[in-house]
Design a protein around this ligand. Structure first.
Ligand code: NAD
Ligand code: ZN
Ligand code: ZN
Length: 346
């Protein structure tokens, strides 16, 4: 089969021919119908040899959807032909976190060598992908896999961050979204769907600000030093009850720190290596700061339900497997509108 692999540190991913995998006991093979490209892939491919821990070659793609194509011994609960999405942050399945569906916070995954597909295990940027357990697929039903595959990360990750901030976001509150890219443009829609907040979106790119407005942001602002004053004035000086930073770089964390309200919450979702000084005289009294990771199994089901209800959608740029390296280039340049999705069948 063909797969998109990161093979050499510092080089572009390559489309290569590899052996089609066979599902072992308990495993499921999917014929991939769609796979999304995430900025975290660009982050992983920017690491030096010393920092890189994902193994080479790495078949990329941690947002995946497919049709069940072959079942390993003992698999029940899904049938060949079912259309499913892959829940990516695989855990052990047995600990307290996993039992409540929060496999994204499984404390045993690392020690057991369990890695998400595309971030250690072979990912979905291929014609076929192996899912290690039936727990890690969620039925898509009638949802179009190409339009919805990115809900497994670009939807699930903001949903998880927003759900944990719900108490801070009643009617009359303000939520700031920094970075209206893949995650951010879905995050804006989730905020509109499940909170009462006024949503203010920031980006450095005009086109992304336009997209933010189109998907429901009440106000958009350039992400620069003027943003702090602008957000203070939009909120009568109070600041925002929740700030979702989908960039996580020093300048955006500075904006987040200076615009969060007293007793508010900053969710650092972006992985750009920034740190925020936190405590008295740095953050407002009562403010909390959190760096959430991905989301839970039940939250993925909920995000898919929001899509079924027509309350969130992903703006998709569609690519073939052969075009994946070019799509990663565009992602790196910041010119993807919404999410780049690869369709191996194209
Ligand atoms: P993306 O490239 O699709 O979007 C990033 C957006 O940020 C773009 O619109 C870009 O114009 C904007 N941006 C860049 N610099 C900015 C600045 N200084 N101020 C405001 N906006 C700025 O990326 P994505 O796939 O949406 O991922 C966003 C971030 O979230 C990445 O760092 C990614 O690694 C991370 N991520 C984290 C998790 C998690 O579990 N915490 C999960 C997925 C992705
Ligand atoms: Zn991701
Ligand atoms: Zn576990």
């Amino acid at each position: 089969m063909r797969a998109v692999q990161y093979r050499t540190i510092g080089s572009e991913p390559e489309v290569v021919e590899v052996e089609t995998p066979e599902p072992g006991p308990g495993q499921i093979r999917l014929r991939v119908t769609a796979a999304g490209l995430c900025h975290s892939d660009a982050f992983v491919m920017s690491l030096t040899e010393e920092q890189y821990v994902y193994g080479l070659p790495l078949t990329l793609g941690h947002e995946g959807a497919g049709v069940v194509d072959a079942l390993g011994d003992g698999v029940t609960g899904v049938a060949v032909g079912d259309s499913v999405a892959v829940y990516g942050p695989w855990g052990c399945g047995l600990c307290h976190a996993c039992a409540r569906g929060a496999e994204n916070y499984c404390p045993r995954a690392a020690e057991l060598g369990i890695r998400p597909p595309g971030l250690g295990a072979p990912g979905a940027l291929a014609e076929y992908v192996i899912v290690d357990d039936v727990r890690h697929v969620v039925p898509l039903g009638d949802l179009d896999p190409v339009a919805n595959v990115s809900l497994t990360d670009a939807g699930l990750t903001p949903y998880h961050a927003i759900v944990s901030s719900l108490d801070a976001l009643p009617a009359g509150s303000t939520a700031v979204v920094i970075g209206a890219g893949g995650l951010g443009h879905v995050g804006i829609q989730i905020l509109r769907a499940i909170t009462g907040a006024t949503v203010v979106a920031l980006d450095v790119n005009e086109e992304k600000l336009k997209l933010a407005s189109e998907v429901g942001a009440h106000a958009v602002l350039p992400s620069d030093s003027s943003a702090v004053e602008a957000i203070r004035s939009l909120t009568d000086g109070d600041g925002a009850q929740a700030v979702f930073d989908f960039v996580g770089a020093p300048p955006t964390l500075d904006i987040a720190r200076k615009t969060v309200a007293m007793d508010g919450v900053v969710q650092i979702v972006g992985i750009s290596g920034g740190l925020m000084p936190t405590g008295f005289f740095s953050t407002p009294m009562g403010a909390s700061v959190r760096a959430p990771y991905w989301g839970t199994r039940t939250e993925l089901m909920e995000v898919l339900d929001l899509a079924r209800a027509g309350q969130v959608h992903v703006e998709v740029e569609r690519y073939s497997l052969d075009e994946a390296p070019a799509a990663y280039r565009k992602l790196h340049e910041g010119t993807i509108r919404g999410r780049a999705v690869v369709v191996p069948g194209d």
